[in-house]
Design a protein around this ligand. Structure first.
Ligand SMILES: Nc1ncnc2c1ncn2[C@@H]1O[C@H](COP(=O)(O)OP(=O)(O)OP(=O)(O)O)[C@@H](O)[C@H]1O
Ligand SMILES: [Mg+2]
Length: 263
């Protein structure tokens, strides 16, 4: 394991019944690095995020953070490990305002008792939490609709809120599952700029089908196919790998972004 390794996944396998969703996966993310995770639909990308997040139990392997093995935390313990994630899709709470959704993400030590603790917070603590929530929203360009509810937002705006909710935790590792899905060109460009800025604060592991986007933001890329890492390296390196090319050419990718034409 490298000295500066933040996340280290080794020998990881996940089975669903007879299906090997992940087989013997090795992956490393270093501090202040953006790592792309690409591969055709069903390759196991979200399953890897779920394993890191404690949502699915691996059948073998280890996941270590800062060199310390994590024994698949309960999902609500994730924030204690300073890991934040966004979901494939959006996943905001419909009954909470945008700001409340983001404040939920901020509560690193009390996230499982959010409402009780909000009720018990001193006004100064609550003001601080609100301020952090507003800062995260401002940072992703979503502060102007802090008091709206998720169903009043456009899809790109709700993705911004979901990103703010993950960032407000000030994570050491941010897991982004298809952050660019459903966004137009301009929003994807803005997101790429944001992620490059985030990098100075935390490491990012990003699953994405938009390979142009991945090529722009990632320091290194891992390619999964049928649960196995078939290639890793810089985007320029992996896109030349024949196994990667055939995995992509053989894939019918519903996002229409399966070509490996990225720079
Ligand atoms: N909870 C589950 N139970 C059974 N099978 C599952 C479960 N979650 C995922 N799978 C299967 O595991 C495989 C990997 O799925 P996963 O969602 O990780 O792929 P993915 O790479 O994220 O795909 P996509 O790009 O479409 O999001 C697929 O065959 C999927 O059907
Ligand atoms: Mg997925």
């Amino acid at each position: 394991m490298k000295e500066n390794s933040l996340l280290s996944v080794a020998n990881l396998s996940v089975n669903f019944g007879g299906l090997n969703a992940l087989s013997d996966v090795f992956l490393q993310v270093n501090a202040n690095e953006v790592v792309g995770l690409i591969g055709p639909n069903g390759a196991g990308k979200t399953t890897l995020f779920n394993a890191i997040s404690g949502l699915v139990k691996p059948s073998q392997g280890t996941i270590a953070l800062h060199g310390e093995k994590i024994s698949w935390p309960e999902p609500h313990q994730l924030s204690k490990l300073a890991i934040a994630r966004t979901l494939q899709g959006v996943g905001l709470f419909a009954g909470l305002t945008v700001l409340e959704n983001v404040m939920m993400g901020a509560d690193r030590h009390r996230s499982s008792h959010f409402f009780r603790d909000i009720a018990g917070l001193s006004s100064r603590d609550e003001a601080r939490l609100r301020e952090r929530g507003m800062q995260a929203l401002a940072w992703t360009g979503a502060h102007t609709f802090a008091d709206k509810f998720p169903d009043q937002l456009t899809y790109p705006d709700s993705k911004r809120v979901a990103l703010a909710r993950a960032l407000v935790l000030e994570p050491a590792l941010l897991l982004l599952d298809e952050p660019a899905a459903g966004l137009g060109h301009d929003d994807i460009e803005k997101l790429a700029t944001l992620i490059k800025q985030i990098k100075s604060k935390c490491a990012v592991l990003v699953v994405e089908h938009h390979v142009d986007f991945v090529s722009k933001i990632s320091d290194r890329v891992y390619v999964l196919n049928f649960g196995k890492v078939i290639s890793s390296g810089t985007f320029g390196e992996v896109k030349l790998n024949p196994e990667v090319i055939s995995a992509y050419l053989g894939a019918s990718n519903d996002s229409g972004t399966s070509s490996l034409g990225g720079k």
